[in-house]
Design a protein. Structure first.
Length: 242
């Protein structure tokens, strides 16, 4: 139903054999969680139906909603789910009549538009020690650097120096992502280590207003970064193209 979009990863190392559209799967799951936080799940008056706005659009620019029905044994049998997925429908569908005129709204993430753009007056402070010593971060490094801390530190330090040059020439280089645990916007920045043609990692930049600095303590794989960014909008694939 949704307008055409690439919902699978291009690079084979990020594909999952048991999930046909992993990006869409992640998008729907985390969009639902955000809608729960914002109390934007709609329930019909009789309590037997529910729906939410997926935030996606059809090719004809109609909103797409997910519909659910209340299980007949909800609350009586621990082995059954309270709600059953009924399907997707667009805003023209008669299935939404019981929710009109107040159809549920999309999930929102942005409170300050300034969080979406890299502020060139801010410095970049990268915590290389945390990136190299944290077990999760270590596994995300290019294989050539995982067992050579000195080489990895020098490579990351050198690559980071060019970040501002890239951002000042193309503001879309800094891509906003939603960090669900803290419910805040962060910026993703490309880190080119092995090749100048393809980014190896996405650095996660937290804006420190008081210190006028972007603090970087984490680096993500391309698939992780794209999933996080897609919650807000369809990201530009100039460098974030997993």
């Amino acid at each position: 139903m949704a307008r055409k979009e690439e919902w699978n990863f291009v690079r084979l190392e990020f594909r999952k054999s048991n999930v046909r559209f992993p990006i869409l799967h992640n998008y729907l799951n985390y969009t639902f969680l955000r809608l729960q936080q914002q109390n934007k799940i709609a329930f019909a008056a009789e309590g037997r139906a529910a729906c939410f706005n997926t935030g996606l659009m059809t090719a004809d620019q109609k909103e797409i909603f997910a519909l659910f029905g209340r299980h007949n044994r909800a609350g009586q049998d621990e082995k059954v789910c309270d709600w059953i997925f009924k399907g997707f429908c667009d805003s023209y569908s008669d299935d939404l009549s019981r929710f009109r005129p107040n159809l549920p709204q999309i999930a929102t993430y942005i409170e300050n538009a300034g969080d979406l753009v890299f502020d060139m007056s801010f410095d970049i402070d990268i915590n290389i020690g945390h990136i190299l010593d944290d077990p999760d971060n270590q596994t995300r490094l290019p294989e050539q650097l995982r067992n050579n801390r000195t080489l990895a530190a020098a490579a990351i330090e050198g690559a980071t120096k060019f970040l501002k040059f890239k951002v000042v020439r193309n503001y879309k280089t800094a891509i906003p992502q939603w960090y669900m645990p803290d419910q805040r916007i962060q910026l993703l920045l490309p880190l080119y280590i092995i090749s100048s043609e393809r980014a190896d990692l996405a650095l996660v930049a937290d804006k420190d207003e008081a210190g006028k600095v972007y603090r970087i303590r984490t680096a993500l794989r391309m698939d992780m970064a794209y999933n996080n960014a897609r919650l807000i909008t369809r990201p530009d694939r100039d460098w974030l193209d997993p």
